[in-house]
Design a protein around this ligand. Structure first.
Ligand SMILES: *Cc1c(COP(=O)(O)O)cnc(C)c1O
Length: 401
């Protein structure tokens, strides 16, 4: 089977057309460099969409994976295992949380959080406490519940009837949120930085206000840190930059460094509102995933790596501002840590995808965040020379535009 010749057109032959991948096929990577079938080299500023926190084929992840692969892959949740408990200990000791639920993706982590919020509402004794407040342009995943919580109707409207009881209001508008959060609200779900929605950070005052409103009305505050978590912003989790502690936090993407895993973390108080049998998943807490995640998490959760993210942030911002002084395409370079968005000026609106395509031709992998923002989410340990070379290639792409 491995000697069957594969081309990009096979994607159109055999794959359900929900994605439109680039017209080349990547075959191998090392650090922040990656090569396609023709051995063309790319610098990776996409990082598998904020996933490959240690780049490609990092020895720490490879060793954890291969060691665990010789021992135990999967046993099912009728039995627990060592890697899952070690990873739970790491998460609990490094965050506000007391308890962890493991799953396989960001959407599943949010699904677990939103279902828990409904259970919290039920146990409150107020039979109408089931409303969830979410924000416009938010992204929380693609299951029916999470895509409905997301604030981009174009992703959910084709799949009606949608789950009820979810209301959306403007991001960063505390007065508007205040009008929606009532005694009947069981949860507010928010990204500390809207990632897919355009790399848009929440104002600290907005998050503080949501915290106060949730406390006042007895609602659970959920931070979706699927994209911002595990060092992405230069702190282990973005909430640590805000002075606001959520009740539930969801994490995935970088958690496994490329191996699929997600988690919902919370306090004892809320964790204990889920009872045996209330929620579950076959693969959640799988030993292979947890062994890799444990090694990746331990590597990232150090002052050296986290400070390195902050230094790289500043380097990126300075360099991008310099490039922009020459080409003038962007009205703002924003974001935190290595979650960076270049926001196109109004007269260039809609061209983010073109820039990413041109960047690919020049040998750079980059992302969009909506139609008007070019997004970079590289490895947290991307070497200096790869940043420089990637920015050279980006400059060439902008020149061609
Ligand atoms: C990517 C993302 C998700 C969904 O994660 P999946 O692993 O694709 O299900 C949810 N929330 C945020 C903020 C994300 O960036």
């Amino acid at each position: 089977m491995n000697d069957v010749a594969i081309t990009r057109s096979n994607f159109n032959d055999w794959m359900v057309p929900v994605f439109a991948p680039a017209n080349f096929i990547l075959v191998r990577g090392e650090g922040s460099r990656i090569w396609d079938q023709d051995d063309k080299e790319y610098i990776d500023f996409a990082g598998g969409i904020a996933v490959n926190a240690l780049g490609h084929a990092h020895p720490v992840a490879v060793n954890a994976l291969t060691e665990q692969a010789q021992k135990l892959w999967h046993i099912g949740n009728g039995y627990t295992n060592e890697p899952v408990l070690r990873l739970a200990k790491q998460l609990v000791e490094s965050t506000f949380a007391d308890k962890v639920f493991f799953c396989n993706s960001g959407a599943e982590a949010n699904e677990a959080a939103l279902k828990l919020a409904r259970k919290v509402g039920l146990l409150s004794g107020n039979s109408e406490k089931n409303h969830i407040v979410a924000f416009k342009n938010a992204f929380h995943g693609r299951t029916l519940f999470t895509v409905t919580a997301g604030g981009q109707p174009k992703y959910s409207q084709d799949f009606a009837p949608l789950p009820g009881g979810i209301e959306h209001t403007a991001f960063n508008d505390l007065e508007a949120a205040k009008a929606l959060i009532t005694e009947n609200t069981c949860a507010v779900i928010v990204e500390p930085i809207q990632g897919e929605g355009g790399v848009l950070p929440a104002d600290i005052e907005f998050l503080k206000g949501l915290r106060a409103l949730c406390d006042e009305k007895g609602a659970v505050l959920i931070f979706d840190e699927v994209q911002t978590g595990v060092g992405r912003t230069g702190s282990l989790y973005a909430y640590m930059n805000t002075g606001v502690t959520p009740d539930i936090l969801t994490t995935a993407k970088a958690l496994g460094g490329g191996f699929p895993i997600g988690a919902m973390i919370t306090t004892d108080h809320y964790a204990n509102m889920y009872a045996v049998g209330d929620h579950g998943t076959t693969y959640g807490g799988n030993p292979l995933a947890c062994a890799v995640a444990g090694a990746v998490f331990e590597f990232i959760n150090t002052p050296e790596v986290l400070d390195g993210v902050k230094q790289r942030h500043q380097y990126f911002i300075d360099a991008l501002n310099k490039i922009n002084a020459q080409y003038g395409l962007f009205k703002e370079i924003r974001g935190q840590g290595l979650l960076i968005g270049c926001v196109l000026k109004d007269e260039h609106a809609g061209k983010a995808k073109n820039i990413v395509t041109l960047a690919g031709e020049e040998g750079l992998l980059a992302l969009v965040a909506g139609a008007d923002v070019v997004r970079f989410t590289p490895s947290l340990i991307i070497p200096q020379e790869d940043i420089d070379e990637g920015l050279n290639r980006f400059t060439r792409a902008l020149a061609r535009l």
